[in-house]
Design a protein around this ligand. Structure first.
Ligand SMILES: Cc1cc2nc3c(=O)[nH]c(=O)nc-3n(C[C@H](O)[C@H](O)[C@H](O)COP(=O)(O)OP(=O)(O)OC[C@H]3O[C@@H](n4cnc5c(N)ncnc54)[C@H](O)[C@@H]3O)c2cc1C
Length: 471
């Protein structure tokens, strides 16, 4: 199940604005990337279930002196942590800078679903690059999930890993889409971890009257993302090659005479580095104007119930898989380790009233599970991620020595781990996997954030309407 329709309309809308694109790429060798602190609106709230249940504290120092390293990683989400971890293991001296707290943004507050494939769907890659490239990208998406599972196993990270995810058919006609997806994935991609469930089998597993069927995947899964990210941070810290700093915002990047990068931190200290990795999600574009029109920032919302009685939880989702439905603008949910139900969705672009979204999300949850009426909502939070107009991820290089990965489009929990691995390989001179991603060019409409947001917003309303009328 993918959002091909969304792409068509998104691109259709986008094409109308193509003439408005302003190129701001800067080929001057004296690169100056200024990070303008984004004060447009507060895009995250940190009242998360994950913070309430985090199983360790990680306090990192603030940078208080000039320093030098092989690679400076900017951003302490999973893209940054994974990159720093891999490079430090490969013998590189790495400095990671986090503006705020480690894993305090998307990586530590997401829905926790560790998924295969990509938000754009495999057909997008087939159409654009052919079956061979699509198959390689599919394999990499499996590698992404395996990286997470291996890390959990190898480093004994306690993060409530639970195997199993399901896409549920929200409309009867979506059953045919699931069947088609099943055929393609089993026959073309030889993926044998999926199973089609009919209406009754689905109803037996999920105690909701909403669905007509389900495509179940026992290889993907879900977890407590903050405990995972903190676990990986602690493992990274055991390597003396890695130095990680919090409250250390990169504010500018320059080249010096000898071709090294100088990264200003908090406007006070300088780091000298041969390579820079931009791992700041939607904030990458604040450094590099040429990234501004590649991704759009969107907010997404999650609520968590108080812990449910074990019997009720067991009844709700019998096999404890995570679930997302087949609508264009869908909801997703899962049971946590302590039997809270996490329920997410309600994507918005630009300023929105969180309380209104919370009410909508709550209504959606009760429509799905009427038996939860009266159950207390313990946490409600929202955070931002970056998306491309094609919903395919966006990896690239600036000036050969600055790498970035962004635009996971809401499906970045596994992918951010993979991004760290392929960026580290590329810096070590093995760029095969990185280049596979880097060839995927995002559809660029305009670098005027407001216009790009408006396009995506329009597309989202269109699809909400389609969902609403069951079209
Ligand atoms: C509410 C929510 C639910 C989601 N659910 C899912 C899900 O269920 N499954 C899934 O696969 N994906 C999900 N996602 C998407 C996924 O979480 C993200 O794609 C992924 O975590 C992005 O990781 P990242 O490291 O690139 O970015 P982030 O985690 O956003 O990290 C970027 C970091 O860069 C730091 N930074 C920014 N500017 C600077 C600077 N100048 N200097 C230093 N540091 C800086 C920020 O403070 C931040 O910590 C969800 C996202 C959200 C917000």
């Amino acid at each position: 199940m993918n959002r091909r329709d969304f792409l068509k309309v998104g691109l259709g809308l986008g094409a109308g604005f193509a003439g408005a694109k302003f190129l701001t790429g800067n080929n001057d060798s004296k690169l100056l990337l200024e990070n303008i602190i984004d004060t447009a609106y507060d895009s995250s709230s940190t009242n998360t279930y994950y913070k309430d249940t985090q199983n360790s504290k990680v306090e990192l120092p603030q940078l208080t002196d000039d320093a030098s390293c092989d690679v400076c990683v900017i951003g302490g989400g999973l893209t940054g942590i994974s990159t720093a971890f891999r490079l430090a293991n490969a013998g590189y001296k790495v400095i990671l800078l986090e503006a705020d707290k480690i894993a305090n943004q998307a990586s530590g507050m997401n829905g926790g679903q560790v998924l295969t494939a990509y938000e754009c769907g495999m057909e997008y890659f087939e159409d654009k690059f052919g079956d061979d490239v699509a198959r390689k990208l599919w394999q990499l998406s499996l590698e992404a999930v395996n990286i997470v599972k291996d890390n959990i196993r190898k480093y004994d990270i306690k993060c409530d890993w639970q195997s199993g995810t399901g896409i549920t058919a929200f409309l009867e006609k979506h059953v045919a889409d699931l069947e088609e997806e099943y055929e393609i994935m089993t026959k073309k991609y030889h993926y044998n971890h999926i199973r089609l469930l009919d209406k009754k089998e689905t109803r037996d597993l999920i105690d909701s009257d909403l669905y007509y069927g389900c495509l179940y995947d026992d290889f993907a899964g879900h977890m407590h993302p903050l405990n995972y990210a903190l676990g990986m941070t602690k493992v990274t810290l055991t390597n003396p090659n890695a130095s990680l700093y919090e409250k250390s915002r990169a504010t500018a990047i320059k080249f010096n005479q000898s071709g090294k990068h100088i990264i200003s931190v908090n406007g006070k200290y300088n780091i000298n580095a041969n390579f820079v990795v931009l791992a700041c999600n939607y904030n990458n574009s604040l450094f590099a104007p040429e990234l501004a029109y590649k991704v759009t920032k969107f907010d997404t919302y999650v609520l968590a119930t108080e812990p449910l009685e074990a019997k009720l939880a067991q009844q709700l989702i019998k096999n404890r898989m995570s679930v997302f439905d087949s609508r264009n603008v869908m909801n997703y949910y899962r049971l946590t380790g302590n039997n809270s139900l996490i329920f997410g969705g309600g994507d918005t672009f630009g300023k929105a009233d969180p309380e209104k979204v919370k009410a909508t999300l709550y209504t959606e949850m009760i429509k799905t599970f009427p038996q939860l009426a009266g159950v207390k909502i313990k946490n409600f939070w929202y955070g931002a991620d970056s998306m491309t107009l094609t919903l395919a991820p966006n990896f690239g290089r600036l000036y050969d020595t600055v790498y970035y990965a962004q635009g996971y489009s809401g499906q970045g929990l596994a992918l951010s781990n993979l991004a760290g691995v392929v960026i580290a390989e590329a810096i070590r001179g093995q760029a095969g996997k990185f280049d596979l991603f880097a060839q995927i060019k995002p559809f660029e409409v305009t670098n005027i954030a407001g216009v790009q947001n408006a396009i995506v917003k329009l597309g989202t309303y269109y699809f909400r309407m389609k969902d609403y009328f069951g079209l």
